[in-house]
Ligand binder design. Structure first.
Ligand code: FRU
Length: 489
């Protein structure tokens, strides 16, 4: 059945139980359901929203279209957790049934205010000619977890000079004031972010555009985020319309950061270095961060991209969120490591130390979902690395090439092919001798953290269930290998 406008914009409360039941049945037959990632019960998940800590729990909402694997009428879906590891589905948080969000409760963020959790999001609307009009809206969650939408938007107009592409507010508090940055497009079709301020989360004033040195960098900046670590300012955003450049910007849309001096809120000046991609893999977009009670800056991203068909589509669902990452900075670079709580997932452990040359399968090393840390040292091999989810004709390769000093992730033979138009190999330069791969493999994904978070490569993969092999290799030479693996069930 075709995804007509009517089907895409059908409301859940106008959908028969039977349709939802049949859809969940199809979803549950999917061989690629994840074990330890946040994924939708049915339909499509995209951006993480409202990532926050409130009343002793982490709250992580996401963009959700319940009725199929397409971008239709978006809801906010609510998940919560005490430990960032075990997430509970808490149901729909925001329904897009008002005049100011009739075509989607789009992305936004959350902040605690007066003992309640304020959700600020974009209400997406379309008129009869399908012309878009965005509103910035508020919904408030109380101590008991019930969420009430304000009956009118808090920002109803787009400032002069900008188009209707104006969305994804990210809020924070500095001193007594609240601030929000919102992704925008100028009239000349270039992307930027706009700054607003508010004394109370209800009355918002337009402060102006944030001045960066990236006047011409894509046609729209989605999902901006701003925070500070060690007196540095970090601006994250997801620009659209960037062309590939050598190993960079290979995906349909990008996500990255600028790091610089703290944002000058009065002058709206941000003095910063160059744009760096947050993730070097294939499936990563629209990340959002939060500051947690342990003093950490934690990031979660959408493990997927817009406008790409995925192999799970035919089972009626698509996408998941990445594992939460702990963000720190060193030498003007963001480091990203999996949050330490993820150790709770560790099951049976095996450790092996060996010297490898050529290709090695190690007894008992196999699995469909696991954590693995492999350290290669004293390598004189031309290249060395790991093959994951190996089957008769399948493998996903991560490796280091000595001559080019590049980390490579190759999903050419990972399983069911998709998005091949954007290439099946990703690479990134890394100036190092010793390489540590810290890998999380779930049923249909890999997340590879290199050298304690210097780089991260994320990819969805769709191998056969039987493809569970793990092999290590060193070509044209040898390397010392120390590897630890834990099952995750
Ligand atoms: C990014 C995005 C946001 C928007 C949301 C809609 O993936 O396009 O800009 O708010 O998704 O689901």
């Amino acid at each position: 059945m075709e995804w007509t406008k009517e089907r895409r914009y059908k409301r859940l409360d106008e959908t028969e139980e039977k349709e939802i039941h049949e859809l969940s049945k199809r979803v549950n037959e999917c061989p690629w359901r994840q074990k330890f990632h946040i994924q939708p019960v049915t339909g499509l998940l995209n951006d993480p929203n409202g990532f926050s800590f409130y009343e002793g729990e982490y709250h992580l909402f996401y963009q959700w279209f319940p009725l199929g694997p397409v971008h239709g009428l978006k809801y906010w879906y609510h998940t919560k957790s005490k430990d960032l590891v075990h997430w509970e589905n808490a149901g729909i948080a925001i329904e897009p049934y008002d005049y100011f969000d009739s075509h989607g409760a789009y992305s936004g963020s959350a902040i605690e205010n007066n003992g309640k959790l304020y959700l600020m999001y974009t209400g997406n609307t379309r008129d009869e000619n399908w012309v878009r009009k965005p509103y910035q809206c508020i919904a408030i969650m109380d101590l008991g977890g019930s969420i009430t939408k304000m009956n009118k938007p808090v920002i109803s107009t787009v400032p002069t000079g900008y188009t209707e592409h104006f969305r994804d507010p990210k809020v924070w508090k500095a001193g007594e004031s609240f601030y929000a940055i919102i992704g925008a497009q100028r009239f000349d079709e270039t992307g930027c972010v706009l700054l607003y301020s508010s004394p109370n989360m209800m009355d918002w004033q337009f402060e102006g555009e944030i001045n960066t040195n990236m006047r011409h960098f894509g046609y729209m900046w989605e999902c901006p985020d701003y925070f500070e670590i060690n007196n540095k300012g970090i601006l994250i955003f997801s620009p659209q319309g960037i062309l590939p450049k050598e190993d960079e910007f290979q995906n349909i849309y990008q996500s990255g950061y600028l790091i610089g001096d703290k944002l000058d809120l009065a002058e709206k000046n941000f003095v910063h270095g160059s744009f760096t991609e947050l993730d070097r893999g294939f499936d990563f977009y629209a990340p959002q961060t939060m500051f947690d009670p342990k003093g950490r800056r934690i990031l979660s991203g959408w493990m997927g991209l817009p406008e790409i068909d995925y192999p799970t589509d035919r089972y009626g669902w698509a996408h998941c969120l990445t594992l939460p990452r702990d963000i720190t900075i060193r030498d003007n670079k963001l480091l990203q490591t999996p949050v330490s709580e993820l150790k709770k997932l560790r099951g049976e452990k095996i450790t092996v130390e060996t010297i490898i040359y050529g290709i090695h399968a190690i007894d008992d090393f196999h699995g469909e979902s696991y954590e693995l840390i492999a350290e290669f040292t004293e390598a004189d091999a031309d290249e060395f690395g790991i093959e994951l989810r190996v089957g008769e004709q399948e493998k996903t390769i991560v490796k280091f090439e000595k001559a080019t000093k590049k980390i490579v992730l190759d999903r050419t033979f990972s399983g069911q092919p998709f998005a091949e138009k954007f290439g099946t190999i990703r690479k990134c330069h890394l100036d190092a001798e010793k390489i540590k791969f810290h890998i999380f493999v779930d049923v249909s994904s890999v997340e590879v953290f290199i050298n304690d978070g210097e780089e991260v490569f994320t990819a969805r993969i769709f191998p056969k269930k039987e493809s569970t092999g793990i092999r290590f290799f060193a070509n044209e030479g040898q390397a010392n290998l120390r590897v630890v693996k834990w099952t995750i069930d």
